[in-house]
Design a protein around this ligand. Structure first.
Ligand code: ATR
Length: 485
């Protein structure tokens, strides 16, 4: 089930919050601590205003809530609110033999016994859950994994406590996000979502239901993801998940914040992950774990896609194909014979190797000339410093691979003195904004433009094929756009 945490200040606001999110949620949590004081006394009417089960919660500040009154008044508020037809009441782990407990039992309102840890993971995680469950209450544990190893401990709840049928487990914060999305794999009754997140790592119910389809995950669902650091703003889930749905492929794709690649491979075995995308800074670090790699991965020394192939992990580089695809015909027709590559970092490596493998002449220019020299020697290309860009104004193709011009640096241009001409193709790898300063100049000169976002989508489509064995559904391609910045 997907649970909406109601964050409105009044009963009416919360009813409309529920109405707005109705298609996505199965249960709601009314947080009395977030209600204005004047609305709190009316809480008992709330369950009669909505048609889903309601959890009653009054969170203390030490548990991440905002209730300011005394503990005595908080318990009195819970008790009086229980006159309403609530399905559950959330009481903290350390509340013992209280009046709300008695009233809840009398009224057959189920007690959720909650424990929050905003600092880390309690060492007695499994024991705590088992103990609460033995009393006939529903254990709720919200903890804060701080590494992939912590996330592994959290996911082990599934096997360690498989006999505890009713439990609510979630990992807060960025490392915890996979546990929120894969709540069913944890054996958690539900996952918490909010329109305006009130706990670290919460996402909207619409995303949970429509993008991830988290409530449809079953034993046969294949898990895919993207690993990186940072990674939570990755566009890839918005490419892969709709693609899976589009071809009725039972799979889910989610972001994993990864501190240690080594730990992630352990998690990947544990969750039987079928494949994953790799982004900065792990594209080199995954290499030692791969049993098979393609020629491009070997050449470039970087892998952005890992798939499970029988008993080993196979690494491919779809950045390479996503980049070269729109150029292949032009290179074969000899319309493109020479290229100027700006930058000599990781992205430039794929670009230069792809161009060289297709027989294009390449000059690499970079701020740090030594790095340009190194890549040039490896790939049999030429090199120069960034300041000499204007000497290469007759090339057929210009490719920008640095982060210069990317939001928030949108007024920067890596080659301000370079004069474009209308016969050139200008390929920008920055995708935020779509039109960088350099691209705007190229556009004014009549050049043909190739955009970073299209390359991102192309490499994602190749990943989709590697993951599923199917082409990306054509009818969905038009929707793969970033919102304008
Ligand atoms: P990526 O994987 O995105 O290519 P990277 O490997 O860190 O990232 O490479 C960054 C590239 O952008 C490098 O070519 C870098 O130049 P240096 O080798 O001189 O560091 C280039 N770059 C980053 N910031 C830059 C700036 N402000 N001006 C010019 N080049 C810059």
């Amino acid at each position: 089930m997907i649970c909406l945490v109601l964050t409105g200040g009044t009963i009416e606001e919360n009813v409309s919050l529920y109405e707005r999110n109705k298609p996505y949620v199965d249960i709601v949590e009314l947080r009395l601590d977030l209600l204005h004081e004047s609305s709190r006394s009316r809480a008992s009417i709330f369950p009669s205003l909505v048609d889903v089960p309601v959890i009653l919660t009054v969170r203390r500040q030490i548990d991440g809530g905002v209730y300011e009154g005394s503990e005595r008044s908080r318990l009195a508020l819970i008790e009086s609110s229980l006159d309403g037809d609530f399905a559950y009441v959330d009481l903290e782990d350390d509340i013992k033999r209280s009046a709300p407990e008695h009233k809840a039992r009398e009224k057959h309102i189920r007690i959720i016994r909650s424990k929050h840890d905003f600092q880390g993971m309690p060492s007695d995680l499994y024991h705590r859950i088992a103990k609460i469950s033995a009393k006939g209450e529903i254990p709720k544990l919200a903890v804060t994994p701080r590494s992939i190893l912590d996330l592994i401990t959290l996911f082990r709840v599934r096997t360690e406590l498989k006999d505890v049928q009713e439990k609510i487990i979630l990992g807060m914060g960025d490392y915890g996000l996979p546990s929120r999305i894969l709540y069913k794999r944890l054996g958690s009754l539900w996952t918490y979502c909010a329109d305006n997140p009130v706990a670290p790592g919460q996402i909207s119910p619409q995303q949970m239901k429509e993008l991830y389809r988290a409530d449809r995950v079953n034993e046969r669902t294949q898990i895919f993801g993207v690993i990186g650091n940072p990674v939570l703003h990755s566009f890839s889930p918005r490419i892969q998940n709709p693609g899976f749905h589009g071809i009725n492929f039972n799979a889910i794709y989610l972001p994993f914040l990864v501190d240690s690649v080594r730990s992630f491979f352990i998690l990947a075995e544990m969750l039987k992950i079928s494949g994953f995308s790799v982004t900065v800074p792990h594209k080199q670090q995954v290499l030692p774990y791969l049993g098979k790699i393609t020629r491009e991965v070997k050449q470039i020394g970087s892998c952005n896609t890992v798939v499970r192939a029988k008993n080993l992990w196979m690494g491919i580089n779809t950045d390479y194909y996503g980049f070269i695809e729109p150029l292949v015909t032009e290179i074969d027709n000899k319309n493109i014979q020479s290229a100027l590559v700006i930058g000599a970092g990781g992205a430039a490596r794929s670009v230069v190797w792809a161009l060289r493998n297709h027989g294009c002449k390449v000059t690499i220019i970079n701020r740090t000339i030594e790095k340009a020299q190194q890549l040039a020697e490896e790939t049999m290309s030429s090199y120069d410093s960034l300041e000499h860009a204007s000497s290469y104004s007759s090339v057929d193709l210009i490719i920008q691979t640095t982060s210069v011009g990317m939001i928030p640096d949108r007024d920067s241009d890596p080659i301000p003195d370079f004069t474009f001409n209308r016969n050139q193709i200008v390929y920008e790898m920055v995708y935020r904004p779509k039109y960088t300063k350099m691209l705007q100049r190229a556009l004014e000169s009549g050049c043909r433009l190739l955009f970073g976002i299209d390359m991102l989508v192309r490499q994602g489509k190749h990943q989709f094929e590697a993951f599923t064995g199917y082409h990306y559904p054509k009818r969905l391609e038009h929707s793969l756009q970033l919102e304008e910045d």
